[in-house]
Design a protein around this ligand. Structure first.
Ligand SMILES: NC(=O)c1ccc[n+]([C@@H]2O[C@H](COP(=O)([O-])OP(=O)(O)OC[C@H]3O[C@@H](n4cnc5c(N)ncnc54)[C@H](O)[C@@H]3O)[C@@H](O)[C@H]2O)c1
Length: 458
């Protein structure tokens, strides 16, 4: 977005916000940019960071763009990531901040500070649960990147720690906030599709150039996620990254709130893509050491989930083959269905659509645009991933500020992340059904939806 138009949008949103808050009587602090509600004491919230690599710095940028947050500390073990983040903070914030980078447990020292309200965790997967649990134990809200856990034990660790400490954790699943995903949520809540029957989703992202960088290298000395992510493809045959697809579906189907994931079977194709990539790469070839590794991850993993309310969900993990990016969404009910993603948007609703013909979805998306997007959409468009990153960070900050529970909580984090170990076990046992633990301990029966129900605020 052009600088000028961002400024204009901020002004428009600010006027809009002033109008709304004046009506509701909420206190204000006027700032030159987008104005956020201050917490009751009028103080800014203090959000620290563990992990300021690629993703951590996306969050950092969004947080530094706000006038209601201070960044008191950051932690990372990579001097390069620290240097880039330091520059970002210094260019935006007058207040001093502390850097923790001595060793991989430096985050524990950071958590001893008593002026941190919340922590955004964007580290490699194997650190997520440890760090989340440490935050809760230190009395700091945790916002953890996806997936939140790698094993069922880790899922329970998060849930048990939350129940013991009552310090909330939010899973930062930004796709739940995608504009079309939220419009479909609105449609589902307004019964457009009738009673829900089935959903399809997945993570279909050609990650070969991410898993190997530079060239065909991974592990120590590689770039970005190739330093740690590829290792999972070597050792695990599972849906390694389920939440971008399953998170949105879980909000549509009220998982953990009147519904829950019950059981799942998973299937894996053979593993070919990663080896082929190395063999075909100008810097690789058949004799390259990485071409001789037996990558365990099947190229395409498909899982079929059964819910307590009788729906099925087909989830795909597909990261080792050439293809355009897609999360491949479908939602179907007794009255109609939609299939949509970046490159396809169509809907069919009996009684509204011409019989047996798909409708273009644009008018439907406009009609059911979620109030959150109507409110903040133009401003959000300047943040990452088409705007959804603004919403997920905003929800975390607002949750911390209001000292309330987050819209995507520790039970969501556990249920969605559990797909990885359960799919792994199903595949290992010849596609045998696996059963989801009920992380809510029966509370799903009476729990009410909490995602995107806060009017037009967060
Ligand atoms: N939601 C999204 O759209 C989205 C997008 C990208 C990545 N992610 C997720 O964000 C997380 C981070 O991914 P990334 O792309 O930023 O990876 P990255 O490798 O670029 O960054 C990870 C950072 O964590 C740091 N780190 C590792 N161990 C640490 C420790 N013990 N203490 C402190 N810092 C440590 C690394 O030095 C690195 O800077 C992953 O879970 C990934 O799946 C989510």
């Amino acid at each position: 977005m052009e600088k000028q138009s961002v400024k204009k949008v901020k002004e428009i949103n600010r006027r809009d916000f002033l109008k709304t808050t004046a009506i509701s009587g909420i206190g204000l602090a006027v700032a030159p940019s987008f104005t956020f509600i201050k917490n009751p004491s009028g103080e800014k919230v203090r959000i620290a960071f563990i992990g300021v690599g690629g993703r951590g710095r996306n969050h950092l940028k969004n947080i530094l763009d706000r006038d209601d947050v201070i960044v008191p500390a950051i932690c990372d073990i990579d001097p390069n990531a620290i240097a880039k983040s330091k520059e970002m903070i210094e260019s935006k914030q007058k207040q001093k901040f502390e850097i923790f980078s001595d060793n991989e447990n430096a985050y524990l020292d950071m958590l001893e500070r008593n002026d941190i309200d919340g922590v955004i965790i964007s580290t490699p997967w194997l650190w997520h649960t440890k760090m989340t649990v440490a935050c809760m134990r230190a009395g700091k809200y945790a916002g953890v990147e996806v997936s939140a856990a790698n094993t069922l034990t880790e899922c329970w660790d998060m849930v048990n720690t939350y129940e013991e400490t009552k310090v909330p954790t939010m899973i930062l699943e930004n796709v739940c906030y995608r504009r079309d995903v939220m419009a479909v949520l609105n449609m589902a809540r307004q019964n457009v599709f009738g009673e829900l029957l089935h959903a399809r989703c997945g993570y279909r992202h050609d990650l070969r150039g991410v898993k190997f960088s530079p060239g065909v290298t991974f592990g120590e000395g590689a770039n970005g996620e190739a330093r740690w992510r590829t290792e999972h493809s070597v050792h695990r045959n599972a849906d390694l990254y389920p939440t971008h697809g399953v998170g949105p579906v879980a909000t549509w189907m009220n998982i953990n709130r009147g519904n829950r994931f019950v059981s799942m079977t998973s299937h894996a194709t053979k593993a070919r893509g990663l080896k082929k990539y190395i063999m075909d790469h100008p810097k690789g070839g058949a004799n390259h050491a990485n071409a001789k590794i037996n990558y365990k991850l099947g190229d395409i993993i498909t899982s079929q989930i059964n819910t307590a309310n009788g729906e099925t969900i087909l989830v795909t993990h597909d990261t080792n083959s050439p293809k355009p990016y897609s999360l491949d969404f479908e939602l179907q009910g007794t009255q109609g269905l939609t299939e949509f993603d970046y490159n396809k948007k169509r809907i069919y609703v009996e009684g509204k659509s011409k019989p047996h013909h798909w409708d273009e979805m644009d008018e439907w998306l406009k009609k059911y645009d979620h109030p959150l997007w109507q409110k903040h959409g133009e401003y959000a468009a300047g943040s990452g991933h088409g705007g959804m990153d603004f919403f997920v960070d905003n929800a975390f900050v607002e949750t911390v500020k209001r000292k309330t529970t987050p819209p995507l909580d520790v039970y969501d984090a556990a249920a969605w992340s559990a797909i990885t170990p359960l799919s792994e076990r199903s595949i290992a046992e010849g596609n045998a059904p696996q059963y989801f633990p009920d992380f809510t301990r029966g509370n799903w029966i009476n729990n009410k939806p909490i995602f995107a129900v806060n009017g037009d605020e967060y």
